[in-house]
Design a protein around this ligand. Structure first.
Ligand SMILES: [Zn+2]
Ligand SMILES: [Zn+2]
Length: 294
């Protein structure tokens, strides 16, 4: 029986699942990142340096935001396909010498949440995107948009949703914050978690109780058994998105904006998610609204 994923009080916590620090090739240390991100309203950040499993022990009481553990793995797999995969969670014993495939298996064994990173920038095929049964995929990667415009992962997400409607679709910064990679705070997630601690945030992400954004905000989402009622920041378009051509939409091209919308939800689509778009073309989107295997 499919369940509505967002039943809750919508305690949104802003965060990012993909950041680099001076531990690998980022330009800022953790203290600098913490200050920058806290100032623009972030509540949490994952440490995802290349091949460096982080170990955030006791969170500092004075810290303005919550740090969580992770790692980014890269390399050719056993078949010669090149990947970057961000693994969220705390890991031990993962080294570059193991090679990509074994390291990924180890991260999975240790309970990691696996997110396919910037697949278009990697030149991945849809078959490669599906090969490891990742939990999610980066639908927007801010640094890849800067590097060569290949920051979007929408078609990869849709092909994974066709196979597994629970697949998560995330917006991330992949921030490096050096002169040649200056961007940050361009893509993030807002997680519905009453508690701001690592267990609460990770569990909510795993269950898909978050939305992703490059600008607009979703304030609340309610489903009454027939219609979806959504309150948002001012947006030009609101859409329900399903497989292939299936979709519903409201909005206009004449500059009007809206903050409250109700749409009737087609319950027979294999998946359906909500997307909003502001007047600058910036989007925010939920995960699939209904899943059986929460
Ligand atoms: Zn990467
Ligand atoms: Zn990265």
């Amino acid at each position: 029986m499919a369940q509505f994923r967002y039943a809750g009080a919508c305690h949104w916590r802003k965060g990012n699942t993909h950041i680099h620090s001076t531990v690998s090739d980022g330009g800022q240390n953790f203290e600098q990142l913490e200050r920058m991100y806290a100032e623009v309203g972030y509540h949490f950040l994952f440490r995802t340096d290349h091949w460096a499993a982080s170990d955030v022990t006791e969170p500092k009481r004075s810290s303005p935001l919550l740090w969580l553990d992770g790692i980014e793995l890269d390399g050719p797999d056993y078949a010669g396909s090149y990947y970057h995969i961000v693994c969220l969670g705390r890991f031990t014993g993962i080294t570059r010498e193991m090679g990509f495939t074994q390291a990924l298996m180890e991260a999975r064994k240790q309970g990691g949440l696996l997110i396919l990173a910037h697949p278009d920038w990697m030149g991945n095929t849809f078959e490669e995107a599906a090969r490891y049964g990742v939990h999610g995929v980066e639908v927007y990667n801010h640094v890849c948009r800067w590097l060569n415009g290949k920051g979007d992962g929408w078609p990869y997400w849709h092909s994974l949703l066709d196979r597994h409607p629970a697949t998560l679709g995330l917006a991330v910064d992949d921030a490096h914050i050096r002169s040649e990679h200056p961007g940050w705070n361009g893509g993030w997630i807002q997680v519905d978690s009453p508690e701001l601690n690592s267990e609460g945030i990770l569990e909510a992400i795993r269950a898909g109780r978050f939305y992703s954004s490059c600008g607009p905000e979703i304030h609340s989402l309610e489903f009454d058994g027939k219609d979806l009622h959504v309150k948002t920041s001012p947006v030009q378009f609101v859409r329900l998105v399903g497989p292939s051509w299936r979709g519903q939409r409201v909005g206009s091209f004449n500059g009007d904006v809206r903050t409250e919308t109700s749409l009737s939800v087609p319950l027979d689509w294999p998946y359906v998610y909500l997307e909003i778009e502001d007047s600058s073309g910036r989007r925010a989107w939920t995960n699939a609204l209904f899943v059986s295997e929460i």
